[in-house]
Design a binder for this molecule. Sequence first.
Ligand code: NAD
Length: 468
Amino acid sequence: MPATIVCRNPADAREVIATYTAHGPADVAAMCARAASAQPHWGGLPGPRRGELLHCAADLLRRRGRQLAQRIVAEEGKLLADASGEVERAAAVLHFHAGEAERLGGELADAAQAGTLAFTRRRALGVVGLITPWNFPIAIPAWKLAPALAAGNAVVIKPSSAAPGAVLELVEVLHEAGVPADVVQVALGGAEVGLALADDPHARALSFTGSTDVGHQLARRVSGRVRFQGELGGNNPLVVLADADPVRAVELACEGAFAAAGQKCTATRRLIIERPLYETVLAAFAARARELVLGAGATEGAQVPPLIDSGALEGVLDAVAQARDCGAEVLSGGARADGELRHGSFLAPTVLADVRAGMRVLDEEVFGPVCAVQSARDLDEAIVLANAVPFGLSASICTNDLHRAFEFVARSEAGMVHVNRPTPGGDPHMPFGGLKDSSASGWREQGAEAVRFFTEQQTVYLHHGGAR
Ligand code: NAD
């Protein structure tokens, strides 16, 4: 009997939003085999033709924007404005890589032998597997699918069972635009289906985004057999220097820590404040956190949506309890919401002070609206604290001193660094990815870099015999 995937409303778990039939390993094997048969034709199309279909898919996606955003809100729980922004982001990513399909160029040079031209070309790998998380249910799938398809690969994508609806719709849109059905297929299910994709002999590469443990397990499993890209978790710091505007610093901290209930890999999990501003910023941050309005994604005026499910909420509450038991002070939040919100996975924005090493909020990724606040003597100590975690995804600094900002950039161990911006965010045309344990490979996603992972390079020497 195939398993059933049941998606419940994160804002009210009594409501079933959708059910899906899960695939099994045999289905994944059949999909990969079909993808292998379909890929040569797709990869053989001129890049601009593939680009045309991706442009068309982006336009179709925009047309479905509102309906799709509502589906994301219902399944994943984020605010409607954020879901709409995410659909728009997915469309922008498709357009960007449609352009890249037209620009799949290489290097050109005179060869050492007279009358010979040397050039490089990039070509598709063949069949590639994609495994994606639930927290950006359309943007992350789009930023993997678009470069993979632009380069001429055939793709099997496995979305998270927590919110697979957006990927089903994105793939439907790609088919409607003219991408052949066997060139892009969706496998539904959990770890078993992901592992079947990782192990399939047709797959030449696996691109994974998700938690650090699963990413490292998969990296070890496929090592030496397929190319692997793994974008993983983070524990991202925002440093506030003493010269910063405290109002701006609190805005950045609130947006970074509590937007999407902290369920962004790049969310601000640690706030490090230079001592002269510590008391002022900490008090204002906690006060602002207490004012933020919890509510379902579609509710007018809601600022902090629910967590994805009660399991996720329990995990976050455990980490808060462990910090409290070890001496942390809870200045706001720290408990599950009750009253009208009690059936959802709501956690009030949580600010922790007096945190120290050994607390999970500092050592691990706690995936919710929780921010641990520390003070630093000076910039040097702030940088040491910022780097004192195994992760290196994103980091930010709030200051008006450009010299000190660049000192931070140069010494930060994060793959993405912001100055006077929140830790989350980035543009579709720029590379995205982490360092240290936040990445299981050096490959970057998004921007022109993204296509590298999905292609191999060939160097060609063409002897034309001419004089020049
Ligand atoms: P997860 O690791 O639990 O799951 C991610 C995907 O892997 C899902 O599709 C899941 O079904 C699949 N999976 C789980 N176990 C597997 C296994 N043993 N073998 C194969 N596949 C398996 O992560 P999640 O809870 O869906 O997402 C949240 C995590 O993703 C957070 O850690 C977050 O930081 C991270 N994330 C990272 C980025 C980034 O770009 N660095 C972006 C978004 C989310």
